[in-house]
Design a protein around this ligand. Structure first.
Ligand code: AHM
Ligand code: MG
Length: 321
């Protein structure tokens, strides 16, 4: 089996970009170890502080954020980075190269109950020859040059795209990433959807109509029975879709009418949308491709509907009537 190093050596991308991927991948090996050590290392539970989004930080949110930040600081082509757990950007002082945005431990409400969590990252081009500012990060997802996630589940996997399809690597016992899933492809049709159903009463009409259609089953208009899954870790829910298809939704809802959705655009929506598109699926915020959304703030939120192309198309059509 090829290792990630072999894969990167043979890849036509620029050496600088490959160095960024290697830096993220190496941090994820360390993150996998601290996540799996759990209570043995005394790392579970709250850190006793809030992040910039007024969410309680877990100890592991803070630890994994530091691990990924350290790895990126040491990686010469990285001009700066931004994280779900940091108020603003960090500039490394270097110019040119790349910007990285990340969620170091997505789904962290699941850590204390030993359910899969993950790291999500997005790589953007850095502006040449200028002092880095937050607004330099505000590029639409189409400008990404690479993206990926690591999932810390029964197996630890790294799933990434360098703009030529999606490839999955499994972490071996000796700490090497081995290429186990080449050219991941998402089936266009599915009988599986993922949404937090407890929010049903708050959704807008198009999502209600779509989910009602799934729930109506064989005798309804869709003429087939659907199954539902919700891990409450975006990485795990998206990974399932990568492996066997499905549709994942975290839509706008009327509890917070001024917020487009719960998930964050720059380090959740965009990287996942790129991976999904690269694997043959679609990713929208309702009407528009997520990758076309022009960000206006680092921690901005986005509604997310992604996965098997034909299901996402149905939601898009319902949203445009
Ligand atoms: P987080 O980045 O604070 O962990 O929140 C994002 C997570 C996603 O992984 C998941 O899809 C969603 O929140 C679950 O939300 P809910 O608990 O509302 O179902
Ligand atoms: Mg997250």
């Amino acid at each position: 089996m090829n290792t990630l190093d072999d894969f990167l050596k043979g890849h036509p991308s620029a050496a600088d970009l490959k160095a960024v991927i290697a830096a993220v991948a190496s941090a994820c090996v360390g993150i996998s170890r601290v996540v799996s050590a759990g209570a043995i290392a005394g790392n579970l539970g709250s850190a006793g502080q809030m992040n910039v989004q007024a969410e309680e930080q877990k100890q592991l949110d803070v630890i994994t954020n530091d691990m990924l930040s350290d790895s990126l600081r040491k990686c010469p082509p990285v001009a700066g980075f931004a994280s779900e757990e940091l108020d603003t950007i960090e500039a490394t002082g270097r110019q040119g190269g790349f910007l990285v945005t990340f969620d170091p431990l997505d789904g962290s409400s699941n850590i204390d109950v030993n359910v899969s969590v993950g790291t999500i990252f997005s790589v953007l081009p850095a502006p040449p020859d200028k002092l880095l500012e937050e607004r330099d990060f505000l590029l639409p997802g189409r400008r990404q040059v690479a993206a990926g996630y690591a999932i810390y589940g029964p197996q630890t996997m790294l799933v990434l795209t360098l703009m030529d399809g999606v490839h999955g690597f499994t972490l071996s016992a000796s700490g090497e990433w081995l290429l186990t899933h080449e050219r991941v492809s998402i089936p266009k049709d599915t009988k599986e959807f993922a949404i937090n159903m407890s929010n049903q009463r708050h959704w807008a009409e198009p999502i209600r109509t779509y989910v009602d259609g799934c729930l109506a089953g064989k005798t309804g208009e869709r003429g087939k029975d659907f199954n539902m899954r919700w891990v409450a870790s975006m990485v795990a829910d998206v990974h399932r879709i990568m492996m066997r298809g499905g549709v994942f939704m975290y839509p706008w809802d009327k509890r917070e009418p001024d917020r487009p959705g719960k998930l964050r655009l720059m380090y959740e929506g965009n990287p996942m949308a790129l991976l999904i598109e690269q694997a043959g699926g679609e990713a929208i915020n309702g009407r528009e491709d997520i990758l076309d959304v022009q960000p206006s703030a680092l921690h901005e939120r986005v509604a997310v509907v992604l996965g098997s192309a034909n299901e996402v198309k149905l939601v898009r059509n319902l949203s445009s009537v």
